[in-house]
Design a protein around this ligand. Structure first.
Ligand code: NAD
Length: 533
């Protein structure tokens, strides 16, 4: 991490550390001066951002790789290029969006004129997470600049290489009095939340989302919350299973499953559930080879904490517990193991000390047929169909597919946000919809079905931030489609016009000449008017 990071640093001037207070005060002053409102300023800053990305693609890819082991192609495709496209899209349209939009006035008020105009909200705070550390920092920033705001960006401390590089590059390329990066974690973010921003745009988990909204409430600051959740994926076997499996595998295992709109779990009908699981295993094999750990195209888990969390979601016995490091932890973990033994009836002892339960290389002649439970444990998490291999030191978790997962299993109780794909068997569309509707509203839902009736049912009878037929993740790629959640997956949206609107106030303006004073018909005294109304 450090080698790559230093390499990035040495190409640029060292970054001045900016405190939240310094940033906020200077942004406020700049916004109040009116500078950020001019179209020229907006254009110059979007151009600067585009140049910054174009000139530093390699360093940016290296930083994201240092943080997440993300392949450069993925960073280019899913982060840098999306930001560049968004910048081009809004740049071409922002003048039109900001212009006056005339509206007809009520006949009683005639002659009179009415129009709307979009004005920037002011000084806005963008708080971003670690999983797409460029995209989720810069895309909101692009929309905020297009709308004429001063922007304070707070990248995630969990992706430090990208956070540092963004701070440096933005300082080097952009208008520092109007666009600032404040680095840090919960403490620094908490300080920022104390300032009276005009809008807060937060992307991340719901727990911190609540902290952000509560802090914003005391300043009456509007918020956009881009949160997560468990996005379901329904498959009924009326579509080609190979293509379905590849699409799901791509959506799930991109960025090692750490994508807010990744299919979190599959709901499959009984006729095809097992075949689907096997074909997803084949797709994994096609994408990442026999041993995904050696594939340059497969990412890593962000930190040790998340590796442990994910291990806990696998069927009991899949992964041996972490080697205890101190006597105290040893005792605690022995106690935990004892509780585990009593509590989980189906826990099976592992024969070998290796962490591999059922690796993709068990049977290379028939890559889809490996590991039907006989290797792995069987409990409410389901049967291990492939993967289950963990290398803690490398923060590696193999792409893992579980079949027959129970809806009340731990893996079904929280957003997985990692490369584990449970397949829950449901009888039909009704059962799938009932299961989805019994849970918080997800950020996305996906449906692989040829049945027009089934697709219509999902569109009408479920609620989610977005809905994809035959396509996971795709909806976030268009600047023409608003992106955002609903209920527990968030509020508000962005991308393109939606993003411009999020960072704008639509001001209504009316104008009526003093002559003729047609309003005198409604002035008091009202005698005689009532009869005519
Ligand atoms: P994270 O830990 O990076 O946290 C997000 C931001 O909140 C960071 O900038 C962090 O510094 C800040 N933060 C953390 N603790 C804080 C506190 N106590 N007070 C104030 N600020 C604090 O990211 P995360 O929450 O682990 O992100 C993963 C979640 O984000 C998942 O649930 C995922 O689905 C969701 N997500 C949603 C989207 C979307 O577009 N809707 C995109 C990506 C991720």
């Amino acid at each position: 991490t450090h080698a790559i990071h230093n390499h990035a640093i040495h190409n640029h001037a060292p970054h001045k550390h900016v405190t939240g207070e310094q940033a906020f005060e200077s942004l406020r002053k700049t916004f109040d001066s009116g500078r950020t409102k001019s179209m020229n300023w907006r254009r110059s800053q979007l151009n600067a951002l585009r140049t910054m990305l174009a000139n530093n693609k390699q360093a940016l890819c290296e930083a994201v790789h240092a943080d997440l082991g993300k392949p450069a192609a993925e960073t280019l495709l899913m982060e840098i290029n999306l930001v560049l496209e968004e910048a081009r899209f809004v740049q071409r349209r922002m003048a039109r969006w900001s212009a006056r939009h005339p509206k007809p006035m009520h006949w009683l008020l005639q002659p009179a004129f009415g129009w709307t105009i979009s004005e920037p909200k002011g000084v806005v705070l963008v708080i971003s997470p670690w999983n797409y550390p460029l995209l989720l920092s810069l895309e909101p920033m692009v929309d905020a600049i297009a709308a004429g705001n001063a922007v304070c960006l707070k990248p995630s401390e969990l992706s430090p290489a990208t956070s540092h590089l963004l701070a440096e590059l933005i300082e080097q390329y952009m208008d520092n009095d109007a666009i600032a990066v404040v680095e840090g974690g919960p403490k620094e973010t908490g300080e920022l939340l104390g300032f009276k921003f005009n809008h807060i745009f937060y992307t991340g988990g719901g727990r911190v989302g609540r902290i952000v909204m509560q802090a914003a409430a005391s300043n009456l600051t509007p918020v956009t919350l881009e949160l997560g959740g468990k996005s379901p994926c329904f498959v009924d076997g009326t579509m080609n299973l190979d293509t379905t499996a590849r699409r799901i595998a791509w959506g799930k295992f991109t960025n090692a499953g750490q994508t807010c709109v990744a299919p979190d779990y599959v709901l499959a009908t009984p006729d095809i559930a097992e075949a689907l699981a096997k074909r997803i295993a084949v797709a994994i094999d096609e994408f990442y080879g026999d041993d995904p750990k050696t594939s340059p195209d497969y990412g890593r888990i962000i930190n040790d904490h998340h590796v442990e969390r994910l291990c806990g979601l696998l069927p009991v016995g899949t992964v041996p517990p972490e080697q205890p490091s101190s006597p105290l932890i040893k005792a605690a973990s022995a106690f935990g193991a004892a509780v585990d033994m009593v509590g989980r009836r189906f826990a099976t002892a592992q024969n070998s000390q290796t962490t591999s339960a059922a690796s993709v290389s068990d049977d290379t002649s028939q890559p889809g047929s490996h590991a039907l439970g006989e290797y792995g444990a069987f409990d409410s998490a389901g049967r291990l169909m492939c993967g289950g291999t963990v290398d803690r030191a490398a923060r590696y978790i193999a792409p893992t597919v579980l079949l027959g997962t129970q809806p009340d299993a731990p893996v079904m109780s929280e957003e997985i946000f990692g490369p584990i794909l449970p397949i829950v068997v449901v009888q039909d569309v009704d059962e799938a919809i009932a299961l989805i509707n019994a849970r918080p509203r997800p950020l996305a839902a996906y449906v692989f079905s040829n049945s027009r009736e089934a697709r219509r049912r999902f569109e009408r009878d479920t609620s989610s931030g977005a809905l994809g037929f035959g396509l996971p993740l795709g909806h976030l790629i268009s600047s023409r489609l608003p992106f955002g959640g609903v209920g527990e997956s968030g509020m508000g949206s962005y991308h393109g016009k939606a993003g411009f609107n999020t960072f704008s106030h639509t001001k209504t303006v009316v104008s009526k000449p003093l002559f003729p004073d047609s309003l005198r018909f409604v002035y008091p005294p009202f005698d005689g008017i009532t009869g005519r109304l």
